[in-house]
Write a protein that binds this ligand. Structure first.
Ligand code: 2NE
Length: 251
């Protein structure tokens, strides 16, 4: 399993553009590494998972990194999490707030410590995430609750988050890592292809043609592994007519 840690505890793990690029690179490494079947995303320390965009570097048009360019590359990290063909578990101690709350939301599963607190701040701090941050949240907790979360900008305890289906379980802080690793180990015992298809099927339900594209790509991958798929390639390379007659046309 892989573990990715947002490491800016002095600002409750708020992210700058550089932080996000590093996280995107880390997810890309987890994608490429065939030894990794599950990724745990967490924040350094026990005060916060992530507090969203670093308001101290927020400029006009986005968050400004050392290159002086305003970016909203939190959206790119969201895609990295959602389209990683392996389950991602958010391990949340302390605050998951604002854009940091959306990150845990997009993870496949969330294990929360009993000190975790969840919420959006956008309309209070002059921001919003009208993409997955709003629409996928409504799929997870229902429209009434999602509108409450975004319109009122309240904070919710771990137990309240569990009650609304926003997290999978709540454990004492001291058991958070142990419990998360246990969940990851249970997942690792399962079929990687089955998990991959299930993740893309869940995405296809919410992501329109982009979701179908991902699901279809996985179907092609699986088809390439079959004798029927290989017959088409082999016939082309051997300059002969393909013979698909031995493959069944199942009901
Ligand atoms: C996270 C929260 C609730 C924590 O409160 P508390 O009382 O535990 O800590 P405190 O004192 O507020 O924060 C500790 C230090 O971290 C900094 C604070 O400024 C403070 O530093 P000093 O003043 O002592 O130097 N800090 C915390 N969060 C920060 C942040 N996001 N940016 C920069 N510095 C931050 C409380 O701190 C809080 O509510 N934080 C702000 C949460 C927030 O509004 N995030 C942005 C939402 S918008 C967003 O993320 C976004 C989007 O909507 C769309 C696209 C991309 C991003």
């Amino acid at each position: 399993m892989g573990k990715i840690t947002i490491n800016r505890p002095e600002v409750r793990n708020a992210f700058r553009p550089e932080t996000l690029n590093e996280l995107i690179n880390a997810f890309e490494r987890c994608r490429e590494d065939q030894e990794i079947g599950v990724v745990i995303l967490t924040g350094a320390g026990d005060k916060a998972f992530c507090s969203g965009g670093d308001q101290k570097v927020r400029g006009e048009g986005g968050y400004v990194g050392s290159d002086g360019v305003p970016r909203l590359n939190a959206l790119d990290l969201q895609k990295s999490i959602k389209y990683l063909p392996k389950p991602v578990i958010a391990m949340v101690a302390g605050y998951a707030i604002g854009g940091g709350h959306v990150l845990h939301l997009l993870c496949d599963l969330t294990i929360a410590a009993d000190n975790a607190r969840f919420g959006q701040t956008g309309p209070r701090v002059g921001s919003f995430d009208a993409g997955w941050g709003a629409t996928y949240m409504a799929r997870v907790v229902g429209h009434k609750k999602a509108r409450e979360i975004w319109y009122l900008c309240r904070q919710y305890t771990a137990q309240e988050a569990l009650d609304m289906g926003l997290v999978n379980t709540v454990v004492p802080l001291e058991l958070l890592e142990e419990e998360t690793i246990q969940w990851a180990r249970e997942i690792l015992e399962k079929s990687p292809v089955a998990l991959r298809f299930l993740k893309s099927a869940f995405n296809a339900d919410t992501d329109g043609l982009a979701g179908i594209q991902e699901l279809a790509g996985n179907a092609t991958m699986l088809f390439y592994m079959t004798e029927e798929g290989k017959e088409g390639r082999n016939a082309f390379l051997e300059k002969r007519k393909p013979d698909f007659s031995r493959f069944p046309r199942l009901p």
